[in-house]
Design a protein. Structure first.
Length: 230
């Protein structure tokens, strides 16, 4: 597991469910503990998804390369263990935390990802932090929900001189479509649980490489690529 800092795992555990039963919203657990004469720094808790930001900002391949350069090897199980560990200890004191948790659970627990996606959507609609929306909307969380739809649930990334796509939609989203600009192409994506359709508008652009589920395709102006999803 990737530790938040040296010695984090030796801090005392804390029964977060018990605090939720007593206080309901424990997003500001630091203030709750302070009022009890205690301090959050004594416990294995996190206000937001600090360590999990690694998996949000970097693909597994990119993170593996970075850690290898630092003298560490990233095993596949390390990602799963780290996500599970911090998901059980996060109190989501930041609206951005739900965005990150929705992202990092999208491939392993689609139900949990959807719940966190809904939490991020509700941040300002329901003023979930109890009065903060009146002083300013959470624009980062709003943009994060759009990013989840466009990049996370489609597996969209630009890497190795190619446009990569690896869609995994939550069960609650039956179909998703949008357009994007890539290498002078105007590309339309249309994905459901069974197939992915990639269409390029007619133009004078050179053909581009699109990788879908690990298979490389050449996308030419005016061309459509349709791939069945496992």
């Amino acid at each position: 597991m990737i530790s938040q800092f040296a010695g984090y795992e030796r801090l005392a555990p804390l029964d977060l469910d018990a605090y939720r039963d007593r206080y309901g919203n424990i997003g500001r657990l630091d203030l709750i503990l302070e009022a009890e004469g205690d301090a959050a720094n004594r416990y294995q808790v996190a206000k937001q998804a600090d360590v999990l930001m690694l998996f949000y900002l970097l693909s597994a391949e990119e993170l593996r390369e970075v850690l290898h350069g630092l003298g560490y090897e990233l095993e596949p199980e390390t990602i799963r263990r780290s996500v599970e560990y911090y998901a059980a200890r996060a109190v989501h004191g930041s609206t951005l935390s739900a965005v990150v948790h929705a992202w990092v659970t999208a491939r392993v627990d689609r139900r949990a990802s959807w719940e966190q996606f809904r939490r991020a959507l509700a941040a300002d609609v329901a003023d979930t932090q109890g009065g903060t929306t009146a002083t300013g909307i959470h624009l980062g969380a709003m943009a994060g929900t759009v990013d989840l739809l466009q990049r996370c649930y489609t597996g969209l990334e630009v890497r190795g001189d190619a446009l990569w796509l690896n869609p995994v939609l939550p069960e609650q989203i039956s179909r998703l479509g949008f357009a994007l600009a890539y290498r002078d192409h105007w590309v339309a994506l249309d994905v459901d649980h069974d197939r992915l359709l990639v269409s390029a508008m007619p133009s004078q652009a050179r053909s581009a490489t699109v990788v879908i589920g690990g298979e490389r395709h050449r996308l030419r102006p005016g061309q459509r690529i349709e791939v069945a999803l496992a």
